[in-house]
Design a protein around this ligand. Structure first.
Ligand code: NAD
Length: 251
């Protein structure tokens, strides 16, 4: 039902986890994919090799550290050189770092903000000229349940994800009608980011708090991302789609 044949999609942090699942699902429904990664070239190469081949537009990968401002330009320059157009930007790269307010580490605060928020602004700004070349351009920001209800001991992370909700809503008006902007807000997902929290019995305790009874797999998140990028969601913009198995959304 979803056919993204001819679409060109950039997924930041596409070398593993949720990003890799997005890359695979986009390719499965016909899109050409740019797999952005930071430094694990082998992992990004494996993702690239696993992608269903699209008819006329080869997939490709590009490396950049997005926590530094030139990173966004480097990635979008590669999009410009290779495709000259973009149909969907998935702002997925992110870090989740413990940083309690009473022991606030300013360096970690900066690192979290630089990647989870500033890089999303910089990538999105640099992507707009290419998204404007599309007849169905969209941005999908990967937020978090933490961005809505907060997260004790992780307030810099929660605040960075809250910023993405505000940015999503702002840009959805600012960039209309050419570009739709939405946010997917996952709860717990089984990836490297959360592996430590799941260790030593943590996973069972977490799953007890999830009405659907399990932690999401990366592909559980990729499905809604691909939906929002597709024509099935052509009248959806400024939306935050919670994908969390029914976990409490407020309080
Ligand atoms: P992950 O750790 O597997 O992937 C994170 C990705 O970000 C990796 O591809 C990594 O290369 C990239 N990245 C990290 N630092 C970077 C940098 N400096 N420059 C460029 N790229 C960098 O984690 P994931 O769970 O797949 O996370 C993907 C997104 O989903 C993140 O934005 C995260 O906040 C969000 N999220 C995850 C969960 C969860 O439980 N796993 C829950 C809610 C939201």
């Amino acid at each position: 039902m979803i056919d993204l044949d001819g679409y060109r999609v950039l997924v930041t942090g596409g070398g593993r986890g949720i990003g890799a699942a997005c890359c695979r699902l986009f390719a499965e429904v016909g899109a050409a994919v740019c797999v952005h990664y930071r430094n694990r070239e082998g992992a990004a190469g494996s993702v690239l090799e696993s992608l269903r081949t699209s008819a006329n537009q080869p997939h490709f990968k590009v490396a950049a550290d997005l926590s530094e401002p030139p990173g966004a330009d480097a990635v979008l320059d590669a999009i410009g050189r290779t495709w000259g157009r973009l149909d969907c930007l998935v702002n997925n790269a992110g870090i989740w770092v413990r940083n309690p307010l009473t022991e606030l580490d300013p360096q970690l605060l900066n690192e979290t903000w630089a990647l989870n928020a500033r890089a999303v602004f910089l990538c999105s700004a640099a992507a707009v000229p290419f998204l404007e070349q599309s007849v169905d351009g969209s941005i999908v920001n990967i937020g978090s349940t933490a961005g809505q209800r907060g997260e004790a001991m992780y307030s810099p992370y929660a605040a960075s994800k809250g910023a993405l909700i505000a940015a999503t809503k702002s840009w959805s008006s600012e960039l209309a009608p050419r570009i739709r902007v939405n946010c997917v807000a996952p709860g717990w997902v089984d990836t490297e980011l959360s592996a430590e929290a799941f260790a030593e019995g943590g996973r069972e305790a977490i799953e007890e708090t999830i009405p659907l009874g399990r932690v999401a797999s990366p592909v559980d998140i990729a499905g809604p991302v691909v939906f929002l990028a597709s024509q099935l969601a052509r009248h959806v913009t400024g939306e935050v789609l919670n994908v969390n198995g029914g976990s409490v959304l407020a309080g």
